[in-house]
Design a protein around this ligand. Structure first.
Ligand code: ZN
Length: 404
């Protein structure tokens, strides 16, 4: 690093510390004081001119999880490998992907031409790859990439695996040579040659820390204090963001174990960037607090509900969404367990997001916000949100949905 660059960073640091204190105070005063993939989440950017347009959409680059195959295709395969394959299937179903992959790989090594062994090994490795990737550290992302690469090798006909592999490669490449700034609870990654992003990172730091404190209280969950990795936030310019994620120009942010957002003009877009950050970091806390079993409607409902720290803004947004939602039929919650994007039809996806926000808002207004976060926490203990809700209120969640 040149002396001039060092000087620049020193100056930025001094101004940042001075400016940051004021910003932090201002921000803290504006927060509401009260009581924490296998998929890649993408949030649509709000049209600046139209705040009311449904602004969320999720595109999922997850592998289409397939049922493992039990019956071996070839005759005469040694019973030992048939048994090992069966054992692998039971580990896969128990979501012990590393153990399953190991067993299937042993089968492939013994009988390389058996299609079922190769298909099952690919399935286990692809799921393992996603799991490793989402753990966040560079070594884990690299291990995730290696697993996905091996899965693609074993199942060259699986377009979903190939697509996810391509995306992982692009995402890893997009962070190569990035400058990393270590904050108390975050790792901020961006191109250090871009002085505008250096400035932005100084502005964003107090905002990020403030969100962490607020969500820690909400979710009653302090992941970094409990030994989890710091939350990685990667800043891109808009073009790099689209190249890295392969997602169209409507995207506002992504959570794939890391929060990834495009920042082009922070001064102009500050409110929107803050909204996207709050939404994506909420997904990080949902993952920490509730694990992988949190249903899509709860995950997206909470993330949308937390987008605004300001009570008035939140109420206005909810009122606008309510108007859009109207009185049409509701989507059964069982259909909203997975990623909301899996509903395929655009209008239904929008409706699913709207319904999720309205449901969370109604639960909060009628029963208090603690129960919302308790429903998330329950998922980690395999307790469904419906069960948690019933335990706390003696009511059925369905009745709240019916009353929307
Ligand atoms: Zn979301």
């Amino acid at each position: 690093m040149s002396i001039q660059r060092l000087g620049l960073y020193f100056l930025l640091l001094v101004f940042g510390v001075l400016g940051g204190i004021g910003f932090s105070r201002w921000y803290a005063a504006s927060t509401v004081p009260d009581e924490q993939p296998d998929s890649l989440r993408v949030e649509e950017r709000a049209a600046e001119s139209d705040e009311l347009r449904p602004r969320h959409r999720e595109v999922v680059f997850r592998i289409g999880e397939r049922e493992p195959e039990g019956a071996v295709a070839q005759p005469g395969v040694d019973a030992r490998w048939v048994e090992k394959n069966r054992e692998g299937i039971s580990r896969l179903k128990a979501r012990k992907f590393a153990e399953a992959a190991q067993l299937f790989e042993e089968c492939v090594a013994a009988v390389p031409e058996e299609r079922v062994f190769r298909a099952n090994a690919a399935e286990a490795l692809a799921r393992l790859g996603n799991e490793q990737w989402e753990q966040g550290k560079l070594e884990q992302r690299q291990a995730g990439l290696a697993s996905m690469r091996r899965a693609a090798e074993l199942a060259p006909d699986r377009a979903d695996i190939r697509q996810r592999l391509d995306q992982m490669q692009r995402l890893l490449a997009s962070e190569e040579g990035n400058w990393t700034e270590i904050l108390e609870h975050y790792e901020l990654s961006f191109d250090g040659e871009r002085t505008d992003l250096v400035w932005d990172s100084l502005t964003l730091s107090p905002l990020l820390e403030s969100i962490y404190g607020e969500y820690g209280e909400h979710f009653d969950c302090w992941p970094v204090e409990r030994g989890r990795e710091k939350i990685r936030v990667v800043l891109y310019n808009r073009e790099e963001f689209h190249q890295a994620t392969g997602i169209g120009h409507w995207a506002g942010g992504v959570f794939d174990g890391a929060v990834r957002i495009p920042v082009s003009d922070l001064k102009r877009d500050k409110r929107e960037v803050e909204r996207v950050l709050r939404h994506e970091i909420a997904h990080a806390f949902v993952a920490f607090s509730g694990g992988r079993a949190v249903p899509g409607w709860l995950n997206e409902g909470v993330a949308q509900w937390l987008e605004s720290s300001d009570f008035v803004q939140r109420s206005q947004h909810v009122a606008a969404v309510r108007k859009l939602f109207g009185s049409g039929p509701k989507i059964p919650l069982q259909e909203l367990g997975g990623s909301l994007a899996e509903l395929k039809e655009e209008a239904r996806i929008q409706r699913a997001y709207q319904q999720s926000l309205l449901l969370i808002d109604k639960i909060e207004r009628d029963h208090g916000e603690r129960i919302v976060f308790q429903m998330v926490q329950g998922c980690v203990r395999k307790q469904s949100p419906e069960q948690t809700f019933r335990e706390r209120t003696s009511l059925e969640l369905q009745s709240v949905l019916d009353d929307l």
